[in-house]
Design a protein around this ligand. Structure first.
Ligand SMILES: Cc1ncc(COP(=O)(O)O)c(C=O)c1O
Length: 369
Protein backbone atom coordinates (compact mmCIF):
# COMPACT_ATOMS: atom_id res chain seq x y z
CA UNK A 1 0.00 0.00 0.00
CA UNK A 2 2.87 2.33 -0.85
CA UNK A 3 0.44 4.68 -2.59
CA UNK A 4 -1.15 5.49 0.78
CA UNK A 5 1.81 7.74 1.62
CA UNK A 6 0.41 9.97 -1.06
CA UNK A 7 -1.13 13.19 0.27
CA UNK A 8 -4.40 14.80 -0.77
CA UNK A 9 -4.64 17.87 -2.94
CA UNK A 10 -5.39 21.27 -1.49
CA UNK A 11 -2.45 21.65 0.89
CA UNK A 12 -1.85 25.34 0.15
CA UNK A 13 -0.15 25.97 3.52
CA UNK A 14 2.72 23.53 2.94
CA UNK A 15 3.26 24.65 -0.66
CA UNK A 16 3.22 28.32 0.36
CA UNK A 17 5.90 27.63 2.98
CA UNK A 18 7.99 25.67 0.48
CA UNK A 19 7.97 28.26 -2.26
CA UNK A 20 7.86 31.26 0.09
CA UNK A 21 4.56 32.92 -0.77
CA UNK A 22 1.20 33.63 0.81
CA UNK A 23 -1.33 30.75 0.52
CA UNK A 24 -3.77 33.23 -1.06
CA UNK A 25 -1.39 33.78 -3.98
CA UNK A 26 -1.63 30.14 -5.07
CA UNK A 27 -4.20 28.94 -7.58
CA UNK A 28 -5.35 25.56 -6.39
CA UNK A 29 -6.39 23.10 -9.12
CA UNK A 30 -5.50 20.18 -6.83
CA UNK A 31 -8.57 20.31 -4.56
CA UNK A 32 -11.81 20.53 -6.51
CA UNK A 33 -13.77 23.32 -4.86
CA UNK A 34 -16.60 25.35 -6.42
CA UNK A 35 -14.73 28.21 -8.16
CA UNK A 36 -17.62 30.61 -7.44
CA UNK A 37 -16.88 30.20 -3.72
CA UNK A 38 -19.47 29.86 -0.97
CA UNK A 39 -22.87 31.50 -1.20
CA UNK A 40 -22.83 35.18 -0.07
CA UNK A 41 -25.44 34.07 2.50
CA UNK A 42 -22.69 32.12 4.27
CA UNK A 43 -20.71 35.26 5.16
CA UNK A 44 -23.80 36.97 6.55
CA UNK A 45 -24.77 33.94 8.61
CA UNK A 46 -21.26 33.62 10.08
CA UNK A 47 -21.21 37.27 11.12
CA UNK A 48 -24.70 37.00 12.60
CA UNK A 49 -23.70 33.92 14.64
CA UNK A 50 -20.45 35.33 16.03
CA UNK A 51 -21.72 35.79 19.59
CA UNK A 52 -22.62 32.12 19.81
CA UNK A 53 -18.98 31.05 19.69
CA UNK A 54 -18.89 31.33 23.48
CA UNK A 55 -21.24 28.33 23.60
CA UNK A 56 -20.60 24.75 22.60
CA UNK A 57 -22.09 23.86 19.21
CA UNK A 58 -25.26 21.76 19.06
CA UNK A 59 -23.84 18.20 19.35
CA UNK A 60 -26.86 16.75 17.53
CA UNK A 61 -26.64 19.25 14.61
CA UNK A 62 -30.42 19.26 14.90
CA UNK A 63 -31.24 22.28 12.74
CA UNK A 64 -28.91 21.15 9.97
CA UNK A 65 -30.35 17.62 10.02
CA UNK A 66 -33.88 19.04 10.04
CA UNK A 67 -33.20 21.16 6.95
CA UNK A 68 -31.36 18.34 5.17
CA UNK A 69 -34.24 16.00 6.02
CA UNK A 70 -36.68 18.48 4.51
CA UNK A 71 -34.53 18.93 1.41
CA UNK A 72 -34.25 15.18 0.77
CA UNK A 73 -37.72 14.24 2.02
CA UNK A 74 -36.30 11.94 4.71
CA UNK A 75 -36.34 11.71 8.50
CA UNK A 76 -33.55 13.71 10.25
CA UNK A 77 -32.80 10.49 12.18
CA UNK A 78 -31.62 8.99 8.91
CA UNK A 79 -28.85 11.62 8.74
CA UNK A 80 -25.55 11.82 10.62
CA UNK A 81 -23.43 14.96 10.32
CA UNK A 82 -19.65 14.69 10.61
CA UNK A 83 -16.55 16.86 10.66
CA UNK A 84 -16.24 16.56 6.89
CA UNK A 85 -17.24 13.32 5.21
CA UNK A 86 -13.74 12.09 6.02
CA UNK A 87 -14.75 11.73 9.67
CA UNK A 88 -17.67 9.56 8.59
CA UNK A 89 -15.44 7.47 6.31
CA UNK A 90 -13.19 6.82 9.29
CA UNK A 91 -16.18 5.88 11.46
CA UNK A 92 -17.44 3.26 8.99
CA UNK A 93 -15.11 0.30 9.68
CA UNK A 94 -16.08 0.21 13.37
CA UNK A 95 -19.71 1.22 12.85
CA UNK A 96 -20.38 -1.44 10.19
CA UNK A 97 -17.78 -4.00 11.43
CA UNK A 98 -15.94 -3.83 8.12
CA UNK A 99 -12.89 -6.10 7.87
CA UNK A 100 -12.58 -6.54 4.11
CA UNK A 101 -13.71 -3.89 1.71
CA UNK A 102 -13.80 -4.02 -2.08
CA UNK A 103 -12.54 -0.76 -3.60
CA UNK A 104 -12.80 0.23 -7.27
CA UNK A 105 -9.67 2.06 -8.41
CA UNK A 106 -8.47 4.57 -9.45
CA UNK A 107 -10.29 6.30 -6.58
CA UNK A 108 -10.11 8.31 -3.35
CA UNK A 109 -7.48 6.77 -1.04
CA UNK A 110 -9.14 7.49 2.30
CA UNK A 111 -11.15 4.24 2.32
CA UNK A 112 -7.99 2.17 2.29
CA UNK A 113 -6.48 4.37 4.96
CA UNK A 114 -9.54 3.99 7.20
CA UNK A 115 -9.45 0.20 6.77
CA UNK A 116 -5.70 0.06 7.48
CA UNK A 117 -6.14 2.15 10.66
CA UNK A 118 -8.65 -0.32 12.03
CA UNK A 119 -6.69 -3.44 11.07
CA UNK A 120 -8.88 -4.23 8.03
CA UNK A 121 -7.82 -4.84 4.44
CA UNK A 122 -9.03 -3.97 0.96
CA UNK A 123 -9.44 -5.91 -2.27
CA UNK A 124 -9.00 -3.87 -5.41
CA UNK A 125 -10.83 -3.87 -8.71
CA UNK A 126 -10.04 -1.55 -11.58
CA UNK A 127 -11.96 0.61 -14.01
CA UNK A 128 -10.30 0.36 -17.43
CA UNK A 129 -8.53 3.12 -19.26
CA UNK A 130 -9.70 1.75 -22.62
CA UNK A 131 -13.28 2.19 -21.36
CA UNK A 132 -12.54 5.80 -20.34
CA UNK A 133 -12.56 4.61 -16.70
CA UNK A 134 -16.34 4.04 -16.83
CA UNK A 135 -17.58 2.45 -13.58
CA UNK A 136 -17.93 -1.26 -14.46
CA UNK A 137 -21.13 -2.04 -12.56
CA UNK A 138 -21.76 -5.28 -14.49
CA UNK A 139 -18.28 -6.54 -13.66
CA UNK A 140 -18.74 -5.54 -10.03
CA UNK A 141 -22.05 -7.43 -9.80
CA UNK A 142 -20.48 -10.47 -11.46
CA UNK A 143 -17.58 -10.37 -9.07
CA UNK A 144 -19.88 -10.16 -6.04
CA UNK A 145 -21.91 -13.13 -7.28
CA UNK A 146 -18.86 -15.27 -8.00
CA UNK A 147 -17.65 -18.08 -5.79
CA UNK A 148 -14.14 -16.56 -5.81
CA UNK A 149 -15.53 -13.44 -4.19
CA UNK A 150 -17.33 -15.49 -1.53
CA UNK A 151 -13.94 -16.99 -0.69
CA UNK A 152 -12.54 -13.49 -0.16
CA UNK A 153 -14.95 -13.03 2.74
CA UNK A 154 -15.76 -9.45 1.79
CA UNK A 155 -18.09 -7.50 4.01
CA UNK A 156 -18.56 -4.39 1.93
CA UNK A 157 -17.74 -2.36 -1.12
CA UNK A 158 -17.36 1.33 -1.81
CA UNK A 159 -18.17 3.31 -4.92
CA UNK A 160 -17.52 7.02 -5.41
CA UNK A 161 -20.24 8.44 -7.67
CA UNK A 162 -19.07 10.47 -9.49
CA UNK A 163 -15.69 8.94 -8.95
CA UNK A 164 -12.57 10.91 -8.11
CA UNK A 165 -10.11 11.34 -9.80
CA UNK A 166 -11.73 9.98 -12.98
CA UNK A 167 -15.00 11.98 -13.06
CA UNK A 168 -17.15 9.09 -14.29
CA UNK A 169 -20.51 8.22 -12.71
CA UNK A 170 -23.00 5.39 -12.96
CA UNK A 171 -26.77 5.65 -13.08
CA UNK A 172 -29.10 5.29 -10.08
CA UNK A 173 -30.54 2.17 -11.79
CA UNK A 174 -27.07 0.60 -11.94
CA UNK A 175 -26.46 1.41 -8.27
CA UNK A 176 -29.85 -0.07 -7.38
CA UNK A 177 -28.79 -3.30 -9.10
CA UNK A 178 -25.50 -3.29 -7.21
CA UNK A 179 -27.36 -2.64 -3.94
CA UNK A 180 -29.56 -5.65 -4.67
CA UNK A 181 -26.61 -7.96 -5.26
CA UNK A 182 -24.80 -6.56 -2.22
CA UNK A 183 -27.89 -7.16 -0.04
CA UNK A 184 -28.19 -10.76 -1.30
CA UNK A 185 -24.58 -11.30 -0.24
CA UNK A 186 -25.16 -9.41 3.04
CA UNK A 187 -22.53 -6.84 2.08
CA UNK A 188 -22.51 -3.15 2.88
CA UNK A 189 -22.54 -0.75 -0.06
CA UNK A 190 -21.03 2.68 0.60
CA UNK A 191 -21.86 5.25 -2.08
CA UNK A 192 -19.67 8.33 -1.76
CA UNK A 193 -21.49 11.25 -3.41
CA UNK A 194 -18.99 13.95 -2.40
CA UNK A 195 -19.28 15.52 -5.89
CA UNK A 196 -22.85 14.53 -6.77
CA UNK A 197 -24.23 18.07 -6.35
CA UNK A 198 -22.72 18.71 -9.78
CA UNK A 199 -24.81 15.95 -11.37
CA UNK A 200 -27.89 15.55 -9.14
CA UNK A 201 -29.68 13.24 -11.58
CA UNK A 202 -27.04 10.56 -10.83
CA UNK A 203 -27.64 10.58 -7.06
CA UNK A 204 -29.34 7.70 -5.25
CA UNK A 205 -30.58 9.99 -2.50
CA UNK A 206 -33.21 9.84 -1.07
CA UNK A 207 -34.06 6.29 -2.26
CA UNK A 208 -31.08 4.81 -0.48
CA UNK A 209 -32.73 5.05 2.96
CA UNK A 210 -35.02 2.19 2.02
CA UNK A 211 -32.05 -0.06 1.15
CA UNK A 212 -31.03 -1.61 4.46
CA UNK A 213 -27.33 -2.16 3.73
CA UNK A 214 -26.54 1.06 1.85
CA UNK A 215 -24.97 4.21 3.23
CA UNK A 216 -24.59 7.39 1.17
CA UNK A 217 -21.96 10.00 2.02
CA UNK A 218 -22.22 13.66 1.10
CA UNK A 219 -19.78 16.52 1.55
CA UNK A 220 -20.36 20.25 1.99
CA UNK A 221 -16.71 20.80 1.02
CA UNK A 222 -16.77 20.74 -2.76
CA UNK A 223 -19.94 22.16 -4.26
CA UNK A 224 -20.69 24.46 -1.31
CA UNK A 225 -17.04 25.53 -1.11
CA UNK A 226 -16.63 25.09 2.65
CA UNK A 227 -13.47 22.93 2.94
CA UNK A 228 -12.11 24.97 5.86
CA UNK A 229 -15.22 24.45 7.98
CA UNK A 230 -15.41 20.64 7.68
CA UNK A 231 -19.01 19.49 7.21
CA UNK A 232 -20.24 16.27 5.62
CA UNK A 233 -23.11 13.89 6.25
CA UNK A 234 -24.17 10.30 5.88
CA UNK A 235 -27.64 9.08 4.96
CA UNK A 236 -28.80 5.57 5.83
CA UNK A 237 -31.58 3.62 7.50
CA UNK A 238 -32.19 4.88 11.08
CA UNK A 239 -30.47 1.97 12.85
CA UNK A 240 -27.40 2.31 10.60
CA UNK A 241 -27.25 6.08 11.13
CA UNK A 242 -27.30 5.44 14.89
CA UNK A 243 -24.41 2.98 14.58
CA UNK A 244 -22.32 5.58 12.73
CA UNK A 245 -23.28 8.37 15.15
CA UNK A 246 -22.00 6.29 18.10
CA UNK A 247 -18.50 6.32 16.59
CA UNK A 248 -18.25 10.13 16.45
CA UNK A 249 -16.83 12.35 19.19
CA UNK A 250 -19.23 14.73 20.94
CA UNK A 251 -19.32 18.25 19.35
CA UNK A 252 -17.40 17.04 16.32
CA UNK A 253 -19.06 19.60 14.01
CA UNK A 254 -18.24 23.17 15.03
CA UNK A 255 -20.72 26.02 15.28
CA UNK A 256 -19.58 27.95 12.20
CA UNK A 257 -19.63 24.78 10.12
CA UNK A 258 -23.27 24.17 11.08
CA UNK A 259 -24.24 27.81 10.53
CA UNK A 260 -22.48 28.02 7.15
CA UNK A 261 -23.90 24.71 5.91
CA UNK A 262 -27.43 25.86 6.76
CA UNK A 263 -26.98 29.17 4.96
CA UNK A 264 -25.43 27.46 1.92
CA UNK A 265 -28.27 24.96 1.61
CA UNK A 266 -30.80 27.79 1.74
CA UNK A 267 -29.37 29.71 -1.22
CA UNK A 268 -30.93 27.92 -4.20
CA UNK A 269 -29.96 30.62 -6.68
CA UNK A 270 -26.24 30.12 -5.87
CA UNK A 271 -26.77 26.39 -6.30
CA UNK A 272 -28.29 26.83 -9.78
CA UNK A 273 -25.71 29.42 -10.79
CA UNK A 274 -22.86 27.10 -9.71
CA UNK A 275 -24.23 24.19 -11.75
CA UNK A 276 -24.78 26.31 -14.86
CA UNK A 277 -21.32 27.81 -14.60
CA UNK A 278 -19.66 24.40 -14.25
CA UNK A 279 -21.36 22.87 -17.31
CA UNK A 280 -20.24 25.82 -19.45
CA UNK A 281 -16.73 26.26 -18.09
CA UNK A 282 -15.89 22.56 -17.96
CA UNK A 283 -16.70 22.27 -21.66
CA UNK A 284 -14.47 25.22 -22.50
CA UNK A 285 -11.65 23.93 -20.26
CA UNK A 286 -11.85 20.43 -21.75
CA UNK A 287 -11.69 21.79 -25.32
CA UNK A 288 -8.61 23.85 -24.48
CA UNK A 289 -6.91 20.85 -22.85
CA UNK A 290 -7.73 18.62 -25.81
CA UNK A 291 -6.08 21.16 -28.08
CA UNK A 292 -2.70 20.55 -26.36
CA UNK A 293 -0.97 17.94 -28.55
CA UNK A 294 -0.75 14.53 -26.87
CA UNK A 295 -3.04 15.32 -23.90
CA UNK A 296 -5.83 12.83 -23.37
CA UNK A 297 -8.85 14.17 -21.48
CA UNK A 298 -11.41 11.76 -20.00
CA UNK A 299 -15.14 12.55 -19.74
CA UNK A 300 -16.26 14.08 -16.43
CA UNK A 301 -19.55 14.87 -14.70
CA UNK A 302 -17.82 16.61 -11.81
CA UNK A 303 -15.89 19.85 -11.27
CA UNK A 304 -12.54 18.33 -12.27
CA UNK A 305 -11.08 16.48 -15.22
CA UNK A 306 -8.77 13.50 -15.37
CA UNK A 307 -6.00 14.03 -17.90
CA UNK A 308 -3.18 11.92 -19.27
CA UNK A 309 -0.14 13.96 -20.23
CA UNK A 310 1.67 13.42 -23.54
CA UNK A 311 4.12 10.52 -23.78
CA UNK A 312 7.53 11.24 -22.31
CA UNK A 313 6.17 13.26 -19.41
CA UNK A 314 5.76 12.20 -15.80
CA UNK A 315 2.91 13.67 -13.73
CA UNK A 316 5.31 14.34 -10.86
CA UNK A 317 7.60 16.50 -13.02
CA UNK A 318 4.76 18.59 -14.45
CA UNK A 319 3.16 19.02 -11.00
CA UNK A 320 6.48 20.21 -9.60
CA UNK A 321 7.15 22.68 -12.42
CA UNK A 322 3.68 24.22 -12.24
CA UNK A 323 3.96 24.46 -8.49
CA UNK A 324 6.84 26.88 -8.88
CA UNK A 325 4.51 29.12 -10.85
CA UNK A 326 2.00 29.04 -7.99
CA UNK A 327 -0.29 26.57 -9.81
CA UNK A 328 -1.22 23.47 -7.81
CA UNK A 329 -2.41 20.40 -9.68
CA UNK A 330 -3.06 16.85 -8.47
CA UNK A 331 -0.38 14.32 -9.43
CA UNK A 332 -2.28 11.02 -9.73
CA UNK A 333 0.67 8.89 -10.81
CA UNK A 334 0.59 6.86 -7.58
CA UNK A 335 -3.17 6.23 -7.58
CA UNK A 336 -3.61 2.50 -8.34
CA UNK A 337 -5.02 1.92 -11.82
CA UNK A 338 -3.91 5.26 -13.24
CA UNK A 339 -0.73 5.91 -15.23
CA UNK A 340 2.54 7.74 -14.51
CA UNK A 341 1.16 10.49 -16.76
CA UNK A 342 -2.17 10.97 -14.93
CA UNK A 343 -3.17 14.26 -13.36
CA UNK A 344 -6.45 15.68 -12.08
CA UNK A 345 -7.32 19.32 -12.71
CA UNK A 346 -10.11 21.19 -10.95
CA UNK A 347 -12.23 23.42 -13.16
CA UNK A 348 -11.78 26.92 -11.77
CA UNK A 349 -12.77 30.41 -12.97
CA UNK A 350 -12.32 31.16 -16.70
CA UNK A 351 -9.38 33.45 -16.00
CA UNK A 352 -7.61 30.91 -13.78
CA UNK A 353 -8.26 28.11 -16.25
CA UNK A 354 -6.78 30.20 -19.05
CA UNK A 355 -3.69 30.83 -16.93
CA UNK A 356 -3.23 27.10 -16.32
CA UNK A 357 -3.75 26.21 -19.98
CA UNK A 358 -1.18 28.79 -21.00
CA UNK A 359 1.43 27.55 -18.51
CA UNK A 360 0.77 23.89 -19.23
CA UNK A 361 0.89 24.35 -23.03
CA UNK A 362 4.11 26.31 -22.77
CA UNK A 363 5.69 23.71 -20.52
CA UNK A 364 4.66 20.75 -22.67
CA UNK A 365 5.52 22.37 -25.98
CA UNK A 366 8.78 24.14 -25.14
CA UNK A 367 10.79 21.52 -23.32
CA UNK A 368 10.54 17.81 -22.95
CA UNK A 369 10.11 15.80 -19.74
C1 LIG B 1 -14.52 11.13 -3.09
C2 LIG B 1 -14.27 11.92 -1.83
N1 LIG B 1 -14.95 11.62 -0.73
C3 LIG B 1 -14.77 12.30 0.42
C4 LIG B 1 -13.85 13.33 0.50
C5 LIG B 1 -13.67 14.04 1.82
O1 LIG B 1 -14.28 15.28 1.79
P1 LIG B 1 -14.60 16.12 3.10
O2 LIG B 1 -14.02 15.39 4.29
O3 LIG B 1 -13.96 17.43 2.89
O4 LIG B 1 -16.10 16.19 3.19
C6 LIG B 1 -13.11 13.68 -0.63
C7 LIG B 1 -12.10 14.76 -0.56
O5 LIG B 1 -11.30 14.98 -1.40
C8 LIG B 1 -13.33 12.96 -1.83
O6 LIG B 1 -12.64 13.26 -2.94
Amino acid sequence: MAHLKDVHGGNVYTVAREIGCDPAELVDFSASINPLGPSPAVWKAIVAARRLISHYPDPSCWELRRVLGQQWGIDPDQIVVGNGSIELINALPHALHLRRLLVLHPTFSEYERAMARTGGTVRLMFARRQEDYAIPVDRLCERLRSKASRDLALDGLVLCNPNSPTGQACSPAAIAELAKVAAQRRLWLVVDEAFADYCPQWSVLPNAVSWPRVIVLRSMTKFYALPGLRVGYAVAARSVARQVQRQLPHWSVNLMGQVAALAALGDRSHVEKSRRFMVRERERFVSALKAIPGCQVFPSLANYVFVELPRGWHARVVTERLRHEGLLIRDCSSVPGSSARSIRLAVRTSQENDRLIESLSKLLLESHG
